[in-house]
Design a protein around this ligand. Structure first.
Ligand SMILES: [Zn+2]
Length: 425
């Protein structure tokens, strides 16, 4: 067995790893979108929509023989296996030859399918297949076993690849401090991964430590949000976070309950939660008594276009919360919003002194030029609270994992550390 790191060897994002067995079976683990270019500029929105030839010429897509339609030897990749539903891991996978099957966990496929409704212009591969959990998927002479890990994307997997009597473990993205942090401890003890020949370990926090804003774990985030709600009884607590971060949504829900408030979500998040319902009965749903839906008009349009108006009516009947209600009783609600949503429609009615704004995602997004939420907050003289816990294991946890596995060869990927030549212990 041999492997090639096509993307993510010295940067965060654009992940792509090829594994090949001696008989010539080749598979890819992830085919993600780079997050930024060599000058650290964000890739423009819509980059995944550009042509394969252009993205190859600019080296946004890695050159991999037998992967793309234009290559006469294609398809010569037996499958692509995804670790999780973040763009930097799956965002370019639709450029692969359509005959190549793409595998992802139940939760990963659920999120991609919700994307079909809300981001209809974003192409997805046709042949999406569910990846079994904890049992080997045989792809030619290569076996891939998906092992659940804790990460900000729900239902994330590490991938154990076996061929020619050798084993390689690619961790994908993972951490120990989320709501399924026990999975990290389980991996430390997992006999299947002990002393693998190759460990490809994500090292996000080695090269660029991720600020935690003093909230080391997801439970700390929950208490932090509850404290703000208690501190500002007359304010609408408005939490800007990723609509796909299930752990964070649960933190919002629990914080709202602690503070005696109702959680308000938008239709996108309601759809995400419903799609993830098969994962656990603990995944909050819009039908729950203490959850309401505030309708963002453009999201309703998407649902209408997808023929899902019955679902809109279902959400409305289950607990529609109008902007007038939010404005009339701001202290009754904790609202989860997207970074750029709702500023005009919702906040026009609620006066700024009755808004407690919480930025609950990476602070780098807040500082970016054009961050609508920050610009709006500055125009209203609202000071944001920062309550966030990152999606990646810190250096100490990475060292614990590296030592527990004791691989013959450990390579950090998904990190700036290699580029910076930081010494990794
Ligand atoms: Zn990633």
């Amino acid at each position: 067995m041999h492997y090639i790191i096509h993307g993510g060897a010295d940067r965060i994002g654009g992940m792509c790893i090829e594994v090949a067995s001696k008989d010539g079976t080749r598979i890819l683990l992830d085919l993600g979108m780079p997050l930024y270019d060599a000058e650290k500029r964000d890739f423009p929105y819509g980059t995944p929509l550009r042509s394969t030839a252009e993205l190859l010429a600019e080296q946004v897509l890695p050159y991999i023989p037998g992967l793309y339609v234009e290559d006469p030897t294609a398809p010569d990749i037996a499958a692509i296996v995804l670790t999780h539903a973040h763009m930097d891991h799956y965002g370019l996978v639709h450029h692969a030859h359509p005959a190549i099957p793409i595998y992802g966990s139940q939760g990963t496929l659920a999120l991609l399918n919700v994307g079909r409704v809300f981001f209809p212009d974003t192409p997805l591969p046709a042949d999406l297949r569910e990846l079994p959990t904890n049992e080997p998927l045989q792809i030619g002479t290569i076996a891939v076993t998906a092992i659940p890990v804790d990460h900000a994307a729900p239902d994330s997997r590490a991938l154990l690849v076996e061929a020619d009597g050798q084993r390689l473990l690619y961790t994908g993205d993972l951490r120990a401090h989320g709501r399924t942090g026990y999975r990290f401890d389980a991996l430390l003890k997992d006999p299947r991964v002990k002393r693998v020949e190759v460990l490809l370990l994500e090292g996000t926090t080695l090269g660029a430590p991720v600020g935690s804003h003093g909230y080391p774990t997801e439970t700390d985030v929950e208490y932090g949000l509850a404290a703000i709600a208690a501190d500002r009884p007359d304010a609408l607590v408005t939490v800007a976070c990723s609509g796909q971060n299930l752990d964070r949504l649960v933190s919002c829900y629990k914080a709202a309950r602690r503070a005696g408030r109702r959680l308000v979500i938008d239709p996108y998040q309601a759809c995400v939660l419903r799609a993830l319902a098969p994962l656990s009965s603990a995944v909050p749903q819009f039908e729950w008594e203490h959850i309401g839906v505030c309708f963002a008009p453009f999201q309703v349009e998407r649902l209408k276009d997808a023929g899902l108006m019955p679902l809109v009516y279902e959400m409305s009947d289950a607990g529609k919360v109008s902007t007038d209600e939010l404005a009339g009783h701001p202290g009754d609600y904790l609202m989860s919003v997207r970074g750029n949503y709702g500023i005009t429609k919702v906040f026009d009615k609620v006066s700024p002194e009755h808004i407690a704004l919480v930025w609950s995602q990476w602070s780098g997004y807040w500082k970016r030029e054009g961050c609508a939420m920050r610009e709006w907050a500055e125009s209203c003289c609202i000071e944001a609270h920062f309550v966030h816990s990152g999606g990646h294991a810190g250096p100490d946890d990475l060292a614990r994992l590296k030592n527990a596995i004791g691989a013959n060869e450990t390579v950090f990927v998904h990190t700036e550390a290699n580029r910076l030549q930081t010494r990794i212990s």
